[in-house]
Design a binder for this molecule. Structure first.
Ligand code: HEC
Ligand code: HEC
Ligand code: HEC
Length: 127
């Protein structure tokens, strides 16, 4: 827990620096255009549906998986992460739930807090 708070603070300071230096607003550490999704036209469902209902998709999957032991899924959370995660200037993956990154960028506005990533990986496993 301590480590997480320290890291959050570090990120906040880093963001502050970014904003101060470049005038960039709420940019994450990920470099634009480095997500696999950036090179594709479509998500796993039409974008309009994803924008409004993406959570229905993965929540439903979670319920089936955890409660009924069904592991075969069309839309795994790992899949979302794989395609939407970005890389930093060094080419390393930046967690999708880090400030300004794909999942968090939007959630910050709506104050949506996800507990998903206490268990699920925020970066692709392996490479
Ligand atoms: C307490 C730990 C825990 C939390 C918190 C949690 N999950 Fe899971 N989740 C699991 C486990 C365990 C499985 C089953 C993994 C397997 O099948 O190998 C799973 C499976 C899944 C799957 C299907 C398999 C996969 O890898 O994608 C999805 C989708 C999913 N969870 C989404 C979510 C979402 C969305 C949230 C947050 C709203 C969430 N989970 C929060 C433990 C958790
Ligand atoms: C194979 C790559 C891929 C996977 C896997 C994927 N996406 Fe996407 N996603 C995309 C692309 C490409 C777009 C942009 C589509 C467009 O420009 O219309 C997108 C768009 C979105 C959007 C809308 C973003 C916006 O700015 O309005 C959301 C939300 C989203 N995805 C969430 C998810 C979630 C949640 C998952 C996992 C269930 C997921 N995506 C899996 C490629 C992917
Ligand atoms: C285009 C903006 C946007 C993007 C991108 C986005 N989300 Fe969301 N997400 C939202 C909004 C808005 C809500 C709240 C909806 C509501 O409460 O009605 C939400 C809610 C959720 C919830 C439900 C939380 C709860 O407690 O009920 C989950 C799970 C979730 N998002 C997962 C993800 C994941 C995983 C990603 C990245 C792969 C992602 N979202 C990317 C806008 C977004």
């Amino acid at each position: 827990m301590k480590g997480k708070i320290g890291w959050g603070l570090l990120m906040a300071v880093g963001l502050g620096l970014l904003v101060g230096l470049g005038g960039v607003s709420l940019a994450g550490q990920g470099v634009e255009g480095t997500a696999r999704a950036d090179k594709l036209d479509a998500c796993v469902q039409p974008t309009d549906f994803m924008r409004r209902s993406h959570f229905e998709l993965i929540k439903h999957q979670r319920d089936i998986t955890v409660h009924q032991g069904i592991r075969e899924t069309d839309n795994s959370l790992a899949g979302c992460v794989d395609c939407h995660v970005r890389r930093d200037a060094d080419g390393d993956h930046v967690a999708v739930n880090a400030p300004g990154e794909f999942c968090a960028g939007c959630h910050q506005y709506t104050a949506t807090m996800l507990d998903c990533f206490t268990c699920h990986a925020t970066k692709p496993v392996g490479d």
